[in-house]
Design a protein around this ligand. Structure first.
Ligand code: NAD
Length: 486
């Protein structure tokens, strides 16, 4: 196996503040390969004074950055995407080792990240205001779109590299500066990203990166009065806490939170297509994806056939250590806590009366955090497995009598991120599109979302959204100008 120059216990990983690298505070955080449990790197903790420095640097840089033509800002973004492409293989390998993704998916993540940065750079000539009609004679009204100012981007571990771009690219092209804090579970890729940014001509202070734990570095960033917008992706609990802390300074928030995506399968569905799509979505990234099918509502007439097809697929899942075996459907869960959470969720489902069709226990795969791909049937609406986000390779199935019942059960959830329906009937698909109360609905397919779409959750799945024109404008504020003529 070739060694990766980006990963070593002897390598130093440093915060990137004001165009320079800084050691962080004295504490160190171990980064663990979840497939083996081995420590693969040690990264710095960050204290509040470092957070102060990062926010101050972003503040100093923002004004000059905003004054540059947007197309010039886009040019810097393209330098960054070129650097990502130059190191695409080693970056993907970092994601395999620190997050446990299978190599093919890690490569998709890296390549998509470069494409996403370019896509957001393309918006430079399309950031548009409006000319409004005035009630007064000889008056012109302009609605301008301006950057919010200093953005704080706080990231989860499940798509750690892509999420940097999803926050940074729209923030920078619209004229904001940014401070990014990656997850303490998966920080290596983010430190390397900062090293690549340092190799471009991006003006200092526009992009800053600090590591550290959520309760220390994250909390200090969120509470900082110098931050104008917090864009956070992570769990509902942390999102709710961040919103409360942000409330002290009335800092704007953009929250991309958890999901419990329902997949509805009707009796006229193509069952092979439905089973394959739902299975793939459930095991991709070991079930740790916010918009993958987490609960199935299937018509009584085709219940047994669908469960049979899913069982075959679940039992054929190839899983293990993705840095040893490249050809896998899934790797480990991200950490011991994630493994315990999934195991407890399945045990509770059993206690509450559901039936485990296949899987259902911690997998015998050596020392890492592996759980068996698990299919559950006989689930009912009151069971926790149908209500709480599991974030693992576990799929519960519930039988329904009608499309109306399926839609009502799907909507009866704290979460409202994504949903899907499998049917050959246009009227059923259109009814679902009208009546499902979610930010996204996939018809005859599962995730992923497109960069030109708008990824946004209803209810506790979030506030605001990301991607496309609407995601871009989350990083702007309006400014109306009244021009009174003679
Ligand atoms: P998490 O909430 O545990 O952590 C996310 C980030 O918040 C980390 O960087 C962490 O250090 C930081 N943090 C923790 N406490 C903090 C605090 N008090 N102040 C500031 N920052 C703090 O989430 P996670 O386990 O990393 O990610 C998994 C969750 O993310 C799942 O619920 C998943 O559904 C969600 N997610 C949502 C989307 C989406 O687009 N809606 C995408 C990916 C993941």
């Amino acid at each position: 196996m070739t060694t990766n120059p980006f990963i070593s216990l002897d390598r130093s990983y440093r915060n990137y503040i004001d165009g320079s690298f800084a050691e962080g505070s004295s504490g160190r955080i171990d980064v663990i390969n979840p497939a083996t449990g081995d420590v693969i790197a040690r990264v710095p903790e960050t204290d509040a004074s470092e957070v102060d420095r990062a926010v101050a640097a972003a503040r100093r840089a923002q004004d000059g950055w905003e004054r540059l033509p947007a197309i010039t800002r886009a040019g810097y973004l393209r330098q960054i995407s070129a650097k990502v492409r130059e190191h695409r293989l080693a970056l993907a390998d970092v994601i395999v080792k620190e997050q446990g993704k299978v190599p093919a998916l890690a490569q998709v993540e890296v390549d998509f990240t470069a494409d996403y940065i370019d896509y957001m750079a393309e918006w430079a000539r399309r950031i548009e205001g409006e000319v409004l009609t005035s009630d007064r004679p000889n008056e012109t009204m302009l609605l301008l779109r301006k950057p919010v100012g200093v953005v704080a981007g706080i990231l989860p571990w499940n798509f750690p590299f892509f999420l940097i771009a999803r926050k940074m690219a729209p923030a920078l092209v619209t004229g904001n500066s940014i401070v990014i804090k990656p997850s303490e579970e998966t920080p290596i890729n983010a430190y390397i990203f900062a090293e690549l940014v340092a190799q471009t001509d991006l003006p200092k202070g526009v992009f800053n990166l600090i590591g550290g734990y959520g309760r220390t570095a994250g909390e200090a960033l969120v509470a900082h009065p110098g931050v104008d917008l917090i864009t956070f992706t992570g769990s509902v609990g942390t999102g709710s806490h961040i919103m409360q802390v942000a409330g002290r300074n009335l800092t704007r928030v953009n929250l991309e939170l958890g999901g419990k995506a329902p997949a509805i399968v009707l009796k006229d569905a193509d069952l092979d297509l439905a089973a394959t799509a739902i299975f793939n979505s459930r095991v991709i990234n070991t079930g740790q994806v916010c918009n993958c099918a987490e609960r199935v509502y299937v018509a009584r007439e085709v219940h047994d056939e669908l469960v049979g097809k899913l069982k075959v697929l679940f039992e054929s899942t190839r899983y293990g250590d993705p840095s040893v075996d490249e050809d896998l459907d899934m790797g480990p869960l991200v950490n011991a806590a994630g493994l315990q959470k999934v195991a407890e969720a399945v045990d509770l489902a059993r206690k509450q009366g559901a039936t485990v069709v296949t899987g259902g226990k911690v997998a015998d795969r050596g020392t890492g955090f592996h759980y068996e791909p698990t299919l559950i049937c006989g689930a009912t609406a009151d069971m926790d497995i149908m209500r709480r986000e599991t974030f693992g390779p576990v799929l519960p199935v519930q039988k329904v009598e009608s499309l109306e019942e399926a839609i009502a059960l799907a909507n009866d959830s704290d979460y409202g991120l994504t949903s899907s329906i499998y049917t050959r009937d246009l009227n059923s698909a259109l009814k679902a599109a009208r009546e499902l109360k979610f930010g996204e609905t996939y018809i005859n397919r599962e995730n992923f979302e497109a960069m030109q779409g708008f990824h946004a959750g209803r209810r506790k799945s979030g506030i605001g959204g990301a991607d496309g024109k609407h995601g871009l404008y989350e990083f702007t504020e309006t400014h109306v100008v009244y021009i009174k003529g003679e």
